[in-house]
Design a protein around this ligand. Structure first.
Ligand SMILES: *[C@@H]1O[C@H](CO)[C@@H](O)[C@H](O)[C@H]1NC(C)=O
Ligand SMILES: *[C@@H]1O[C@H](CO)[C@@H](O)[C@H](O)[C@H]1NC(C)=O
Ligand SMILES: *[C@@H]1O[C@H](CO)[C@@H](O)[C@H](O)[C@H]1NC(C)=O
Ligand SMILES: *[C@@H]1O[C@H](CO)[C@@H](O)[C@H](O)[C@H]1NC(C)=O
Length: 376
């Protein structure tokens, strides 16, 4: 049977030649395209580690014109040395559908400190008659605000734009109609003015209510690792307020790609992501990562606990005012509690200056408790 043997022996050199030429071809390919196709695919990783020039550095993405402009402006604002005015003030900015049930309580808080604060009110649904002299005539031009939509950020920017016109305002606090103070004015003023950071809530939530809201439409400017979450109730320095008003690039990303009812059932709320994401991208050490406004989410519902008249006790306010650790809970099946001490200018201190949500019916009790503000 010589025929098959002769056949197979005549084929062997052909197979060897094909094999050799394939190896040569792949070596040539690797040689021609070294950066994209690392030879580590072809070698043992043990040997690969010795090739210390692999893998090649990923080239930095070239910024778009808009990104470059935004970066230059933001970096310049951050490095500005703002010489503080003679009487630096805190701007208290109230965001409300209309009513301000605790005007009388705030009046008690403000009384005697007239040269150190200013008040602004954004009533998004209806203008109400104000009763306290500190609030009369302080309504700013306002527009409708829809829950969870970009109109919330627009209202915040409207308040900031009005408050920034007063050069005396150095710190800007956003409050709602259901917020109450936890300490007296001097304590609050020294806390905010004595530290050089903004109190913006900010954490990483890998769950559905955090990363789950990120959209790839945010690319290339906002990558997923920069995505942050936090409560909207901010308290910020003048430079951060200027950054928010100067930004349209990142704002527009949120306006178009972080909305309720996006892509069917996906919900994103700009007021919980825009500020923490933007400020942690550009000035991570300039924000405290917690909000100075306390709210109780412990009931685990869609809305935080709201305090009735009988809940508003001296003990409750003292307790909230003494909490000295911030904590965040990630969303989803695997809830992780993230806890951190509240550090103020290098020392551990209570975290909160304000608290929500108090119902209007709690006013009388609160007025009684705060009748002697000196103990707070
Ligand atoms: C903040 O800390 C620095 C250094 O520890 C200190 O010099 C400064 O006086 C502190 N500021 C306030 C307001 O206590
Ligand atoms: C704020 O002050 C601390 C010292 O109290 C300093 O270490 C830090 O760099 C300052 N941060 C900014 C953003 O100015
Ligand atoms: C806030 O968190 C960032 C990390 O996201 C960190 O770099 C920064 O130091 C934190 N801020 C303060 C005041 O600790
Ligand atoms: C308020 O409380 C402080 C400290 O407890 C006390 O010294 C002061 O007399 C009180 N003032 C009034 C008006 O009750």
């Amino acid at each position: 049977m010589p025929t098959p043997r002769a056949k197979s022996s005549s084929k062997r050199p052909l197979w060897i030649m094909i094999l050799i030429s394939m190896v040569c071809l792949s070596l040539i390919l690797v040689h021609l395209n070294p950066p994209e196709y690392s030879p580590c695919y072809l070698l043992w990783s043990k040997f690969c580690n010795r090739l210390d020039y692999w893998p090649p550095p990923v080239p930095a993405r070239v910024r778009t014109d808009e990104e470059l402009s935004a970066k230059v402006i933001i970096d310049d604002i951050l490095s500005m040395q703002i010489s503080p005015p003679k009487n630096p003030k805190i701007a208290f900015m109230f965001l409300t559908p209309g009513a301000l049930p605790f005007e009388k309580l705030w009046e008690k808080f403000f009384l005697g400190h007239e040269d150190r604060f200013s008040v602004y009110v954004h009533a998004s649904r209806e203008k109400k008659i104000r009763v306290s002299s500190f609030f009369i005539g302080r309504d700013v031009r306002s527009k409708m605000v829809y829950w969870g939509q970009i109109s919330m950020i627009d209202a915040e920017k409207r308040l900031l734009a009005t408050a920034l016109q007063d050069a005396g305002n150095q710190h800007f606090v956003l409050l709602s109609e259901s917020c109450v103070p936890l300490h007296n004015f001097d304590y609050t003023y020294n806390y905010l003015m004595g530290s050089n950071i903004s109190y913006v809530d900010c954490f990483e939530d890998p769950g559905p209510h955090g990363m789950g809201r990120y959209s790839e439409n945010m690319l290339p400017e906002i990558v997923s690792k920069d995505w942050r979450k936090g409560s909207q109730w901010f308290s910020i320095k003048r430079k951060h307020a200027l950054i928010l008003l100067s930004d349209s690039l990142y704002y527009n990303k949120f306006k178009f790609f972080c909305r309720p009812h996006m892509d069917g059932d996906k919900n994103c709320y700009s007021d919980e992501h825009y500020l923490p994401t933007l400020l942690s991208m550009f000035d991570p050490t300039g924000i405290a990562n917690w909000s100075i406004t306390h709210v109780d989410w412990s009931e685990g519902k869609w809305h935080p606990k709201s305090y009735r008249a009988e809940d508003a006790t001296f003990e409750l306010l003292k307790y909230i005012g003494s909490i000295d650790g911030s904590y965040h809970v990630t969303s989803g099946a695997k809830q992780v509690v993230l806890q951190k001490p509240c550090m103020w200018n290098g020392t551990k201190r209570p975290c909160y200056l304000f608290a929500r949500k108090f119902r209007a019916e709690a006013l009388d009790n609160l007025m009684n408790i705060f009748s002697n503000f000196t103990i707070f």
